[in-house]
Design a protein around this ligand. Structure first.
Ligand code: ATP
Length: 348
């Protein structure tokens, strides 16, 4: 394999009489190299156009810019650069919905450290990244580490954070100790020094790098596959409820006038105007109230705020919580602080 001797591999398969486990056939094609990257042409005139490749990861842009960022930001090692962007891979089998696509979104960070300290930082990021996932509010039994035994040629430690997708535990994020491989290669081929002067040690070196790399689409799939729930209720009916962590729900509340008359829609609009300064809220007056609750359950809205006859008398509303379906009556003046208290930002 290392010699890239494809004909030799074919000969070996034949010699060992290897059989296809699915069809039982020994009728093998020649061994061929897969195209892992997408190529295209760049240049205004077609004869002079150059072949370029779409990036299979966002990381290299960070490596190329690391000294600019370090100098302009006056950064001291250790420091990290994070970026989000498109990545493209010519996946042989793109499948499992948005789990494996040919065009996807990556969120990557390269963290630059002193040579020799990389394994300490690797452990730090391994732990910190799992804490971030748990802060989303999904229980810990849905995550596990998968430490790599076989390492890529540039890595000296690697682990995946795997998530329990509907089709089993699969990689959601990769954490790699990439040594100084990437910076050294950029240095070698560009002829530009990429060393950092460490004033504490009074020496220059090419930093080592810890990378965290997570798919945005896979994170979305993880959260949604966890949150999607079909429930049988005590009254024999069924509901679909998207139990999204509150902080991630696209709408934090829906404001619903019980009926479309008697000044209730106007009052509901007033509440909506008050809340929209702090939260994304939706207004809905169509259909019976039960049906409107179901609609909000299905899109994961944590709170339904209902305006009824009593609201017009004493300035209170009912607040229905999505998962428990419990309702409480509170004053409109307390609504904003009630929601702030219950929709907490992520904290590690
Ligand atoms: P896999 O083993 O599933 O192919 P990988 O080891 O090639 O993934 P990395 O190169 O570590 O993945 O990429 C970092 C992250 O980018 C992955 O953890 C994943 O979340 C995301 N990712 C990689 N390939 C795809 C893809 N084809 N579609 C969607 N997301 C992807």
């Amino acid at each position: 394999m290392e010699a890239n001797d494809l004909a030799g591999i074919k000969a070996l398969i034949e010699e060992l009489g290897i059989v296809c486990p699915i069809s039982g056939s020994r009728n093998w094609t020649d061994v061929r190299q897969f195209n892992l990257m997408f190529s295209t042409k760049v240049g205004s005139v077609s004869e002079e156009a150059d072949t370029i490749y779409l990036r299979p990861e966002t990381a290299q842009g960070i490596f190329v810019n690391y000294l600019n960022v370090q100098k302009t930001g006056r950064m001291k090692i250790p420091f990290g650069i994070a970026q989000i962007g498109k990545a493209f891979r010519n996946e042989i089998v793109a499948r499992q919905f948005i789990f494996r696509m040919r065009e996807f979104e990556q969120m990557e960070m390269q963290f630059f450290v002193r040579p020799g300290e990389e394994l300490k930082w690797f452990e730090y990021w391994k732990e910190t990244r799992l804490k971030w996932h748990l802060a989303l509010g999904i229980p810990s039994e849905n995550y596990r580490y998968h430490d790599h035994e076989k390492l890529a040629h540039y890595a000296n430690a690697a682990t995946d954070i795997e998530f329990n997708f509907p089709f089993g535990f699969k990689e959601l994020e990769g954490i790699h100790s990439r040594t100084d491989f990437d910076l050294k290669r950029h240095q070698e081929f560009s002829g530009k020094k990429l060393q950092y002067f460490d004033s504490e040690l009074n020496e220059s070196y090419v930093p080592y790098v810890i990378e965290t790399s997570i798919g945005l689409d896979r994170t979305f799939l993880a959260v949604f596959s966890y949150a999607y729930t079909e429930e049988n209720l005590a009254d024999g009916s069924q509901r679909v409820v998207m139990k999204l962590p509150r902080i991630l729900a696209p709408f934090k509340a829906a404001v619903l006038p019980l009926v479309k008359k008697d000044g209730m829609p106007e009052k509901a609009r007033e509440i909506m105007d008050m809340l929209k300064q702090d939260f994304r809220v939706q207004y809905d007056e169509k259909d019976a109230i039960g049906k409107r609750y179901r609609r909000q359950d299905a899109i994961g809205t944590p709170y339904c705020i209902t305006v009824d006859t009593q609201t017009l008398e004493d300035n209170t509303v009912t607040v229905r919580e999505r998962d428990s379906m419990e309702q409480i009556r509170i004053s409109i003046d307390e609504l904003t602080s009630y929601m702030h208290k219950n929709i907490k930002p992520l904290s590690l």
